[in-house]
Design a protein around this ligand. Structure first.
Ligand code: NAG
Ligand code: NAG
Length: 340
């Protein structure tokens, strides 16, 4: 029983240091829980607020998600479109050429539209996984060019000599073997085609050229975009790009990667679009080399010497109409173009 007096003193000291706390009243807990839930619900509602999809009979110069959706239905009804397959090289290309013709037919008198189906072979090295040389033969793409009717020929604005400056919009229509590729990247091509149609139909001549590249070999790996930037005559004028790609299925449009130069691209996006939504997480992950995945973004940056942005476009699974999610993407592309 005889405790060491020093020890007792220590115990007393310890006890004295314990601050007595009252129990938090239940109502405080309830108020905190309600506030948190309310904030989360409000954030969720704001997050889901998207522009209304425009119908097929919307004015010609506006992007209509319903019209874009038709392209998506047509493309996915072909089924999986693996580069090199009959579905990709014949059926999909035939359909896209017909879509390019409709873009040309819908152009206003102020804009000129032409398109080219091109086949190319080449090779490049990828610093990807443990590095490889990627060799391809006869990959196909369809590219649509839109320019103002009165466009001055010769050097573009600015100091760089060469063909007039152009904005490149890229998507790919090939898929992996087991998917009809609605998200990756049918939705991107649907958005790109409807954007092209709306721009061509605008009642003013375009100030700068727009190139829409519907590329036919991205999945194994990034070949058609390389074929375009390294070999196609129209690519020489391309100064900036918008790469419309998937990052998972569903969800709202997100600006996913940007750079490497020209921060004005992000500034224009942030300042001009009604619901800007971006994340720098992917950029960091890609740059760290942690994820063994990449997109045409890398090709345009490394071989095209272009800055640009990569955006996620994807239809959302039922019951929401997929066109709801397509609308913002096209909307933004047009707004961005008008400011570039
Ligand atoms: C989709 O395919 C149908 C049937 O071939 C065609 O009539 C229609 O114009 C296509 N839609 C678009 C947007 O190209
Ligand atoms: C790449 O583009 C930048 C400006 O966008 C230019 O200053 C530079 O000379 C270009 N480099 C090459 C190799 O064309």
């Amino acid at each position: 029983m005889n405790k060491d007096p020093e020890r007792r003193e220590e115990e007393l000291l310890l006890k004295e240091n314990v601050v007595e706390r009252g129990v938090v009243p239940v109502w405080v807990v309830c108020v905190c829980a309600c506030l948190t839930a309310g904030t989360l619900l409000a954030a969720g509602a704001v997050d889901r607020r998207l522009p209304e999809p425009l119908p097929t009979d919307a004015p010609a110069q506006l992007f209509s998600a319903e019209r874009a959706y038709e392209h998506l239905i047509n493309l996915t009804s072909i089924g999986p479109r693996v580069a090199g397959s009959y579905e990709n090289e014949v059926l999909a290309v035939r359909q896209l050429v017909s879509a390019a013709r409709s873009v040309a037919a819908a152009a206003s008198q102020h804009n000129l539209v032409d398109y080219d189906v091109f086949t190319a072979s080449g090779a490049f090295s990828l610093t990807f996984l443990d590095g490889m040389t990627n060799i391809y033969r006869d990959v196909q793409s369809v590219v649509i060019r839109i320019r103002g009717a009165g466009e001055a020929s010769g050097p573009g604005r600015g100091t760089r000599p060469g063909p007039p400056a152009a904005l490149l919009i890229n998507c790919h229509f090939d898929t992996v073997p087991d998917s009809p590729g609605a998200s990756d990247d049918g939705a991107g091509c649907a958005v790109a085609l409807e954007t092209a149609r709306a721009l061509a139909a605008s009642r003013r001549p375009l100030r700068h050229r727009v190139l829409v590249l519907l590329n036919g070999a991205e999945e194994n790996i990034l070949q058609a975009s390389h074929a375009f930037v390294s070999g196609h005559a129209w690519a020489r004028g391309a100064r900036a790009f918008i790469n419309i790609e998937a990052c998972g299925a569903g969800g709202r449009e997100v600006l996913f990667q940007a750079g490497p130069h020209d921060p004005w691209i992000v500034e224009v996006y942030a300042g001009a679009v009604p619901h800007p939504f971006a994340s720098s997480l992917a950029q960091e992950l890609f740059e760290s080399g942690l994820i063994p995945a990449d997109t045409d973004f890398r090709i345009f940056r490394d071989y095209g010497n272009m800055s640009g942005e990569r955006r996620h476009a994807s239809p959302l699974p039922a019951p929401r109409s997929p066109s709801v999610d397509i609308q913002p993407n096209g909307h933004y592309s047009i707004i961005i173009y008008s400011l570039v």
